[in-house]
Write a protein that binds this ligand. Sequence first.
Ligand SMILES: Cc1cc2nc3c(=O)[nH]c(=O)nc-3n(C[C@H](O)[C@H](O)[C@H](O)COP(=O)(O)OP(=O)(O)OC[C@H]3O[C@@H](n4cnc5c(N)ncnc54)[C@H](O)[C@@H]3O)c2cc1C
Length: 382
Amino acid sequence: MNFELNDDQIMVRQMVRDFAEEKIRPGVARRDEKEEFIAELLPGLAELGLLGMVTPEAYGGSGLDDLSYAIAIEELARVCPSTAVTVSVTNSVCQEPIVRFGTEEQKRRFLPHLAKGEHLGGFCLTEPGSGTDAGALQTRAVRDGDAYVLNGSKAWITNTHVGKVFVVMAVTAPGTGAKGISAFIVTSDTPGFHFLPHEKKMGLRASITSGLVFEDCRVPAENLLGQEGMGMKIALATLEVSRIGIAAQALGIAQGAFEEAVKYSRERHTFGVPLADHEAIQFMISQAATQIEAARLLTYRAASLRAAGGGPGQSQASSMAKLFASECAKAVCDTAVQIHGAYGYSREYPVERFYRDVRVTTIYEGTSEVQRMVIARSLLRD
Ligand SMILES: Cc1cc2nc3c(=O)[nH]c(=O)nc-3n(C[C@H](O)[C@H](O)[C@H](O)COP(=O)(O)OP(=O)(O)OC[C@H]3O[C@@H](n4cnc5c(N)ncnc54)[C@H](O)[C@@H]3O)c2cc1C
């Protein structure tokens, strides 16, 4: 597989890198420290088309190819993982399923606002009692005339409070397992839709995560996404693609931490020479660079496969990319802290933030254990 980037992809990389360096980097530490959402960055992100990357131009998006999308998320995460997750979620788990499974009317109603960044989107699968075992979700949707009435609660949802459009999974046919789950497009101004207080997180502190509650929340029947009973299929198809974005996020975090470690190893002296002159440090740097390159190849391969139409190998490729990139990124951030010694343990240095931000990448959009299950299933089914 050839990963030579074309002119458009090179341009996207440069454009996002410039924006991240000039506009995002100056406030990263402050926003993390104060748990301040990235609101000030949204107009700039929208102007560059980054809030509607997966939506076709016909609906107001930038219609980027999958590899360009991954590159953009990687570049955002290299500087600010909180920005990367906010952008990734509104694109890949909100707009993507509407593009793929929505009716023409739903696309026209929701996508232009999302793609232009007037609204942010989210995805509600996880509940207080069901994360990995997503099929055990309890939120109920009962048909009542021209609406479905939703009752239940969701947990750990990204882009709440600031988000307007949410793809929500709920049970329409109890007792029938995953086949009884349906997907709905629900707007946060619907009566009976309530956000819970923000989670106090270890990392990604400039992104928003919280639970939410549906209390007799009447969702118009025309907001059913796909057919009744298709909810789990839509969720899994969405995650199969969005995991490439999380792999790219992990990759960007690893790259950012790695660059800090290399810089520090040249500046800090011990025993009369820069750290970079010690073989032990050189080996750490070599190992990290090799891990990052391998993660990049797997991530770009999964994105390129999707751009070529996906197919039966997609879920395995996406899960391998997400598993490998997130586990590598965790190891690279650990190495970056080690190279910084005590200063790596200080909030004054960015590697401390990367170390906290990276931790969730092996947890959300399917834990590493889930990725291993998906990979094993695809390997052993034939
Ligand atoms: C910052 C953040 C943002 C998030 N954003 C969203 C969002 O926008 N939308 C959304 O729907 N969800 C979101 N999530 C939720 C996330 O996807 C879940 O936390 C994740 O799927 C794991 O579910 P859980 O936390 O319930 O863990 P559990 O399912 O309780 O698992 C606990 C541990 O047990 C392991 N485990 C569970 N079952 C098995 C098994 N059969 N075999 C082996 N190991 C197993 C897991 O891998 C994990 O290590 C977010 C989470 C975080 C932290």
